[in-house]
Design a protein around this ligand. Structure first.
Ligand SMILES: Cc1cc2nc3c(=O)[nH]c(=O)nc-3n(C[C@H](O)[C@H](O)[C@H](O)COP(=O)(O)O)c2cc1C
Length: 254
């Protein structure tokens, strides 16, 4: 069986969860990086002998738009999929259902699903230090159950996941990334942006129509020149505080 990791991870938190889950599946892993801008022009054909861990972060209760578009260039041809939604301790809303519907349409068999908590990439005080040791143990345990199900051929072809259609409307927070004078125009942000929202000629600007505020440019800028407006961020995070309270659980759907 060929193993694939098909992952959108702007700031590495989703990938961290995938690394934990994948550590249980032995053998070489083929990787399709949905957060690489160049992936948008690539097409893939898989087969029923493939097992795919398909993982996305939850954005406003949904699958990130560029991940939706890039998944539509992958044909499953009966490949088995383990769906993974990684979220920042608020909620996954309709993300897993949307992911399942896209993959089913693309010819995958959605055999199991996981929702897992990781540090919030925009408000890191929420879900701080997760996944931790307890998460790691749980996620490995989930992955082992999925592996056993695959080996014994006991997994369903179409897993039930939470969520409802029509999906929650993806919120568009009026957040604009600011660039300060520390910017040396090295262009790293432009080369790494998942949606091509930063030009190499003017890396101190951002195309707000394309930007999905995924936080990658902010986290990876070597000069710490990029940020979200701090005052607005503290208002947003304070106003949403109650939605993030308590330790949210990882869940396995099998
Ligand atoms: C634009 C945006 C929207 C988000 N929306 C949600 C959400 O609706 N619910 C939630 O619990 N976390 C939300 N988060 C947190 C991310 O799902 C979480 O931090 C995830 O681990 C980020 O993955 P990454 O590091 O692979 O990009 C959001 C983060 C961003 C950047």
């Amino acid at each position: 069986m060929e193993i694939y990791e098909i992952v959108f991870s702007a700031t590495g938190r989703t990938q961290k969860v995938v690394d934990i889950i994948s550590s249980v599946f032995s053998g070489e892993k083929n990787k399709i990086d949905l957060s690489n801008y160049n992936t948008k022009d690539k097409n893939y054909e898989l087969s029923k002998d493939c097992f795919c861990v398909v993982a996305v972060p939850v954005y406003g209760g949904r699958v990130p738009k560029p991940a939706v578009e890039r998944l539509q260039n992958i044909k499953g041809n009966g490949a088995s999929a383990l769906l993974v939604a990684v979220y920042g301790n608020r909620a996954i809303d309709d993300c897993l259902l949307e992911l399942k519907n896209i993959l089913t349409q693309q010819g995958f068999k959605c055999r199991a699903a996981i929702s897992a908590v990781a540090e919030h990439s925009m408000m890191p005080q929420y879900g701080a230090n997760r996944p931790d040791k307890q998460d790691e143990d749980e996620l490995k345990d989930f992955a082992k159950k999925v592996m056993e199900g695959l080996e014994n051929n006991t997994l369903t072809e179409s897993i039930d996941v939470p969520g409802k259609f029509p999906y929650v409307k993806a919120s568009s927070m009026p957040l604009k990334i600011e660039v300060n004078n520390n910017c040396i125009k090295c262009g790293k942000c432009a080369r790494r942006c998942p949606v091509g929202a930063i030009s190499l000629e003017e890396p101190n600007t951002t195309d707000t129509k394309k930007c999905i505020t995924c936080m990658r440019c902010i986290e990876e800028c070597p000069q710490k020149a990029r940020s979200l407006p701090p005052k607005l961020m503290s208002v947003v995070s304070f106003s949403m505080k109650s939605k993030f309270k308590g330790r949210k659980e990882n869940k396995l759907y099998i």
